[in-house]
Design a protein around this ligand. Sequence first.
Ligand code: PLP
Length: 439
Amino acid sequence: MTNCSEKTILHDNVTVGENGTLRFAGVDTAAMAKKYGTPLYLMDADLIRTRVALYQNEMKAAFGGESRPLFAGKAFCTKAIYRIMAECGMSVDLVSPGELFTARSAGFPMERAFFHGNNKTDADIATALDSGVGCFVSDSREELLALDRIAGERGVCQKILLRVTPGIDPHTFAAVTTGKVDSKFGSPIATGAALDLTKLALSLPHINLVGFHCHIGSQIFDVLPFVDAADVMLRFTAAVRDATGFVAGVLNLGGGFGVRYTESDPEFDYAAAIHTLAAAVKRDAEALGLPLPTVLMEPGRSIVADAGMTLYTVGTVKEIPGFRTYVSVDGGMPDNPRYALYRSVYTVVNATHADRAPDRAVTVAGRCCESGDLIAEGARVATPERGDLVAVLVTGAYNYSMASNYNRIPRPPVVFLSKGKDALAVRRESYEDLVRNDL
Ligand SMILES: Cc1ncc(COP(=O)(O)O)c(C=O)c1O
């Protein structure tokens, strides 16, 4: 829906309308705020479909066979997204019975679901087995034993991947680094634990081990850590073959490709990265005498992040001379905890006056009773005043899915945009919703 002569801000789906207001996915943000109120999450469904197609097509071209992406539902989990994933023929990665329930409620075919989690309870395992989940991603000795027992009670043999840690540090933010030896996820290859668990999995009658999984981290702009991880994983696959005779046919390399949150983030060529990775996997497999595995990847952020935007209304604008200007909005850490958690940096736009050049650095604060309730510091915007709309860009990943009700603030609605039309996907929580479970 973007006209090529339109001015874009950071991404092609963010443009400035003739009246000076911000447009997103070809839709006027002021009209959306008027219709649905603020705070408001907007999602560009067309971009989501484009990214899904990119991953599917490039992975098929690069790796061949059954290789494919799974959407990491933790990045953005609603029935609407699982409907899109089902339509597009995607597989998904689910990490909890709640995500599983959401996908199932949307009619997502469970045989295309992969069930993760570093601490699955017996109840989680039973729920996933009874739902017909296609594949477990198993994380520990305790889980393997419990899964074998619970699958045995049902007379089934469950397909699994074993999650291992390749010992790769991609130098991203520490909290989103997961592939190092010191991690709560998976078992380390380096200590021998991964081989021991592989032997255990192979010995259990109700478990069908088909391959290995790793995830090295998130928001990574360099393909080399993924190449290194693939190398370690294939060497491990060869070591397992040599020790046990088992040749793993599936290699899941996790998610983690980076997304541009600000002008200073690099452009990342997902297709080129997939092809580089495929070349490395093919080279290693050949050198190690392994058949080419079915390669899975689990992108979350890079499918939905820049497909999202959050709109707020400005309330208080407080200048503290010599210090800073606080622009308080009607949302905050309950709808976007990423600044408070990770110091994540965002691009902020005065959506009412998107045609004005940014003229001031501000701190965007939320409305919670918490000094750390900030969304951005040092964000350059056209000076906002009470009543202006402010847009925070690239909020499609890990915003709605991480949202809370802190201070009993209802979660905002989610509106999907496609071909210039808007459709409510999640309604705004009511105060009644907030007390629904209180007795
Ligand atoms: C196991 C696993 N797979 C996939 C993802 C998705 O990563 P991203 O959203 O960075 O692509 C994550 C994110 O934490 C993860 O832990």
